[in-house]
Design a protein around this ligand. Structure first.
Ligand code: ATP
Ligand code: MG
Length: 377
């Protein structure tokens, strides 16, 4: 196979930018996840472009087309180009010159082969030109055909340059649906041997990989390999796979944060950096699972979906079958009173009265009518 196709290849902004860069005498290709996923028949979610043009030239070409260049990682040669409804990550060809184990230190390059050599996995070093014609400088196509994940070059060396690649190895095995058997045995050994190096990697980067791994359709086998290789305990001490296993088996939510709450149900501390919204959900699910709080009340306050996750997590921890009875109705229930129903009250007294009435109403299974609540007031 020397050709790739798909809607993503026809992306107007990408096509215009690739043409403009080529017209300026540069080489320019689609690269990374879009090419890999298209070859695997998986959805393409973002467009990465590699070019021999320097970042200033990329910025100039984007502006000339009326697109907005954002220098998101300009020191590493990355410019994000926004326009025509598309977001393109455009990175100048690079070669590794030096490394500190956290970030590869890179220099710009004119050569596609050099650029391929500094990428992590062979299947991630596939390039497609504007017409979809492939360049495969490292043997990524054969890996894709065999569903194998192999480093470009020696695993030990590549991991020492950037220890995050350990987690990316497992993440792709899960996300692409390959399973742990796809991981090259030498890469797995190197990952196990060098897992201590993950302590040099920023929490943000680790968090992103962990969440992507957990978001895979079937992450359990890969997580088992992650544990077996001693990597899991480095990034998530206290993680409990059996709880996550039961959570998945009982039909728990596939959202990464819900799965994380199950995985970390016994852990004291979560050494990841979640967004505020995710952190709130994580804390809520764990608190609920260990408490005697009412699932219906949680559904009323946070929605039926959150309550379902919480109920499944509780069952995964404490045994028994999860029951979703009444959660949908509770999720839609509307408290019938408002502040105006208490014209004689204001400030804290008003807040307290509303809260008390709301508790009575929740206690009644959301059935007490407005009139009944006002009668009792
Ligand atoms: P997806 O976007 O689906 O997560 P992707 O392969 O596009 O997958 P990105 O993180 O967007 O992953 O990175 C784009 C490309 O950049 C990769 O395919 C790979 O070639 C290269 N790359 C990303 N991170 C690293 C890294 N830590 N070391 C080496 N190469 C990397
Ligand atoms: Mg990508």
């Amino acid at each position: 196979m020397t050709q790739v196709s798909g809607h993503w290849l026809e992306d107007r902004a990408a096509q215009a930018l690739l043409s403009a860069l080529e017209a300026g005498g540069a080489k320019a290709y689609f690269v990374g996840g879009c090419v890999r996923n298209a070859l695997l028949g998986l959805p393409v979610t973002d467009l990465d472009i590699a070019t021999s043009a320097r970042p200033e030239a990329v910025i100039g070409a984007a502006k000339a087309l009326g697109y907005k260049p954002v220098p998101t990682g300009i020191e590493h040669g990355t410019v994000t180009v926004v326009g025509g409804g598309s977001v393109l990550e455009v990175t100048t060809f690079r070669k590794d010159v030096e490394t500190d184990g956290r970030h590869a230190v890179v220099a710009f390059s004119e050569s596609l082969e050099e650029d391929a050599a500094r990428r992590d996995f062979r299947m991630n070093a596939l390039y497609a030109d504007r017409a979809g014609k492939l360049s495969d400088p490292t043997g990524g196509l054969a890996d894709i055909a065999a569903r194998k994940i192999c480093f470009v070059g020696a695993p030990d060396e590549r991991i020492r340059e950037d220890y995050l690649r350990i987690l990316r190895l497992f993440r792709f095995a899960a996300q692409l649906g390959f399973g742990p058997e796809a991981i090259d045995p030498d890469a797995l050994l190197a990952a196990a041997r060098l897992s201590y190096g993950l302590r040099h990697v920023s929490t943000e980067r680790i968090t992103a990989e962990v969440l992507k791994t957990l978001g895979a359709a079937h992450p359990l086998k890969v997580l088992g390999a992650l544990q077996g290789s001693g990597v899991l305990v480095r990034v998530l001490p206290g993680a409990s796979l059996p709880v996550l296993q039961r959570f998945v088996m009982l039909g728990g939510s596939a959202t990464p944060v819900a799965r994380l709450a199950a995985l970390m149900a016994f852990a004291g501390h979560l050494p990841l950096r979640l967004s505020k919204k995710d952190r709130r959900l994580f804390d809520m699910l764990r608190r609920f699972a260990w408490s005697a709080e009412s699932a219906a009340e949680l559904a009323y306050r946070e929605g039926a979906e959150v309550a379902q996750s919480a109920v499944v997590l509780r069952a995964a921890l404490c045994g028994g079958e999860p029951s979703f009875a009444g959660l949908d109705a509770a999720g839609k229930a509307q408290f019938p009173l408002v502040a105006k129903d208490f014209p004689e009250l204001e400030g804290k007294a008003l807040g307290d009265a509303l809260k008390q009435a709301e508790q009575r109403w929740i206690g009644s299974g959301f059935t007490l009518s407005r009139e009944a609540l006002l009668d009792e007031k």
